[in-house]
Design a protein around this ligand. Structure first.
Ligand SMILES: O=P(O)(O)OC[C@@]1(O)O[C@H](CO)[C@@H](O)[C@@H]1O
Ligand SMILES: [Mn+2]
Length: 487
């Protein structure tokens, strides 16, 4: 979706809401924060449109050619309209003024500021800023345009959190909530189709041959992969949902999977299952580092259900975010809400799935965790040193699935790697366990391609790395590393 459409949608939504004029106070607060925050996000997306192809905002700005005054006007308009429309209590006013200040700092390339909110991760964020400063040297301060794109983008979400956190009683407010719940409700047909498919497999699970099991696994892995198309961040909070039956679309999407290591993923899980029978294996756990709520989360839960009910995994551990992040990412609240909504659905298989998921959680076959590291800017190769407890947790898994684009950027350090560099090289020593990235491409980093593959894609579809049409299933395991011939 183009930015013009994004803006258009945003104002249309605002006007419709205004005309209806039947907001409760709570709804008004939700709308107000959504509009202001979306305006901050649009600033990034619009003014620094080409950022995906640059590692810093300065490079992006140079390439973009979008008149900065235009985005400033649009954002000014949104904030003014919001202020006119709502009377505002002092906490909201204060939060809005912090967000406006943030927007201004971004527009004018001000130095990044230390966080002041005294949350458990505050010190770690401030230390990370110092690390960035040390890398930059003493000559100039760390600022919005000069710092790595991955870092400033994460920092922006943390500053939004600070603006909310510093202003009770709205300090636990998730102003992205509405978009996430909409994505869930608008995907109902697809969710029903998926739960029905799962129910059918489970009915005949006992009689499935290994080939049939592997076929079902592949389908559900691919559904979870394409579920990642439905993130709200890439559309700046605009609608993004799945309407068609996800299983039926898989064949036509197959050729858009640029790297497909699903066979290695299957072998990893199936070998655990076999060796369990022979008494060799004790651990049998899959961890899923979640990405987006809404339809994508459903695809992950369905895959996790299949893993447990088929005996491919005994336990699944989910990892979500501690606070609202990159618009649509899953928080504990989204996770519980999604399961409750699925249980309450007026559809036999969906409702059954919901109850099944709730009982997995009760029985400890499923666990949900969040850890502050997931909402920090660190590349994952820093995890062993900076979050050793989380690294140790992942080491307990037989397989870790990393969902989505942002996780891929953190796995690979968001570097401008040649496309033919090995995935293992780009991971730079991050190998807690066998791991697999399930990612649709929305940012300008891609490794592990065949020679010439990147060039061919560029000539056929110049925006292949950012338009969300392509995907990868990329696997790496410490075992593979051991067996690699030394250069
Ligand atoms: O991680 P996700 O949900 O797949 O994608 C998040 C995302 O859309 O947000 C950023 C753009 O602002 C990019 O990192 C990425 O493309
Ligand atoms: Mn996301």
């Amino acid at each position: 979706m183009g930015n013009a459409q994004c803006f258009h949608g945003l104002f249309q939504q605002y006007n419709t809401n205004k005309q209806k004029n039947k907001h409760t106070k709570e709804k008004q607060v939700v709308d107000k924060f959504q509009l202001v925050t979306v305006s901050v996000l649009l600033l990034i997306k619009f003014e620094f449109e080409s950022a995906a192809s640059a590692t810093t905002m300065a490079a992006a700005k140079a390439a973009s050619g979008v008149p900065p005054s235009l985005s400033a006007k649009v954002i000014g308009y949104v904030v003014r309209k919001v202020d006119d429309f709502f009377e505002g209590i002092s906490a909201e006013k204060q939060a809005i003024s912090l967000l406006s200040k943030l927007r201004n700092e971004m527009q004018t390339d001000k130095p990044l500021l230390e966080l002041k909110d005294d949350l458990p991760d505050t010190e770690s964020w401030n230390q990370y800023m110092q690390r960035q400063q040390n890398q930059l040297g003493d000559q100039e301060p760390v600022s919005w345009f000069k710092s790595p794109w991955l870092y400033v983008e994460c920092y922006m979400y943390r500053r939004i959190q600070e603006a909310i956190w510093l202003n009770p009683p709205i300090n636990n407010f998730d102003f992205f909530n509405e978009g996430k719940t909409e994505s869930f409700f608008e995907s109902q047909q697809a969710v029903m189709a998926l739960c029905t498919y799962l129910g059918d497999i489970q009915k005949s699970m006992e009689t499935l041959s290994e080939n049939q099991l592997s076929e079902c696994f592949n389908k559900l892995l691919q559904v979870s992969l394409w579920g990642n198309r439905c993130d709200l961040s890439i559309s700046a909070g605009q609608k993004n949902s799945q309407k068609a039956s996800p299983i039926d679309s898989l064949n036509s999407l197959q050729s858009f999977i640029l790297v497909d290591d699903s066979n290695m993923v299957w072998l990893t899980l199936n070998s655990c299952r076999r060796s369990e029978g022979s008494g060799k294996k004790t651990a049998d756990r899959v961890d899923i580092v979640l990405d987006n709520a809404g339809f994508e989360l459903i695809t992950d839960l369905v895959l996790a259900d299949f893993l447990v009910s088929s005996g491919l995994a005994r336990q699944v551990h989910f990892h979500g975010k501690c606070f609202p992040w990159f618009v649509s990412d899953v928080t504990a609240n989204d996770f519980q809400w999604t399961i409750r909504q699925t249980m309450a659905a007026n559809h036999k298989w969906m409702c059954k799935s919901g109850f099944q998921w709730q009982s997995y959680l009760k029985e400890g076959l499923w666990c949900y965790h969040d850890h502050p590291f997931w909402t920090q800017p660190h590349e994952f190769c820093d995890m062993a040193a900076d979050a050793p407890d989380l690294y140790a947790t992942l080491q307990e898994a037989d397989l870790v699935l990393f969902k989505g684009d942002l996780n891929y950027r953190k796995l690979t350090g968001d570097r401008d790697w040649p496309h033919t560099v090995d995935f293992s090289t780009a991971l730079r020593g991050f190998e807690p366990s066998a791991l697999c990235s399930l990612r649709t491409l929305k940012a300008n980093v891609q490794v592990g391609l065949q020679p010439g593959q990147g060039e061919k894609l560029t000539s056929q579809d110049p925006s292949w790395m950012t338009n969300g049409k392509y995907a990868v299933i990329q696997f790496q395991s410490p075992k593979l590393e051991k067996n690699r011939p030394q250069d």
